[in-house]
Design a protein around this ligand. Structure first.
Ligand code: E4P
Length: 216
């Protein structure tokens, strides 16, 4: 399973990248706003840190606008993946950008039928938002399970990029379902390394090490 980090903050991205587990990065306008930096400057610095797919999101609404914007974003760096919001205009843009050889990530997916549409349009990635669906009392992981099954049934090449991940259970269940990628906040990546028995085990080993006679 590939891990992307869901952040536009280069300090967070470097911290996760130093752990050796980052295969790519996803950004969105909200994450970029938190950095207080111009989008192009932040994205190009991210591209210099991580050598993998870097999602940069379109902020226009019509297909023609998204196609032009997406081509512009893709020209910034070879690793840019153009993030397109789900919708009729978005699907037209995905079809056109795919025909031009530009990789796309369809964002704001909240149903298996939306994921089916994105695959038919030729999207490189589909981003089902698990946490936001859970937030409104629906089952985000059930959506991911159904998308994985549908894509398997028909052999779609679109990769399932699990998004809006809030905790390690979201990741574990997605991995068991065979989702291709998960995009994770730094806090969740760090949580993956933690276990109380690991902490108490390290404490005990260090305490016992003190009792080992040291060579003079
Ligand atoms: C995905 O690409 C999005 O940036 C992200 O996962 C959204 O997560 P949120 O629901 O925590 O904002």
């Amino acid at each position: 399973m590939r891990f992307f980090i869901d952040s536009a903050d280069v300090k967070e991205i470097r911290a996760a990248n130093d752990m050796g587990c980052v295969d790519g990065v996803t950004t969105n306008p909200s994450l970029l706003a938190k950095t207080g930096r111009p989008m192009k400057e932040a994205i190009l610095e991210i591209c210099s840190i991580v050598d993998g797919p870097i999602s940069a999101e379109c902020v226009t609404l019509t297909a023609d606008e998204m196609i032009a914007e997406g081509q512009g974003l893709a020209a910034w760096h070879k690793n840019i993946v153009v993030k397109i919001p789900m919708g009729v205009e978005g699907m037209k843009a995905v079809k056109a950008l795919t025909a031009k050889g530009i990789k796309t990530n369809v964002t704001l997916c909240f149903s298996p039928n939306q994921a089916l549409l994105a695959a038919k349009a030729g999207a490189t990635y589909i981003s089902p938002f698990v946490g936001r669906l859970d937030d409104i009392g629906q089952d985000g992981l059930k959506m991911v399970r159904e998308i994985c099954q549908i894509y398997k049934n028909y052999g779609y090449a679109t990769q399932v990029l699990v998004a809006s991940v809030r905790n390690p259970i979201h990741l574990l269940e997605s991995a068991l379902m065979g989702a291709h990628v998960a995009t994770l906040p730094l806090s969740v990546i760090q949580q993956l390394a933690q276990h109380p028995l690991t902490d108490s085990g390290i404490k005990k080993f260090l305490a016992d090490w003190e009792k080992v006679p040291k060579a003079k």
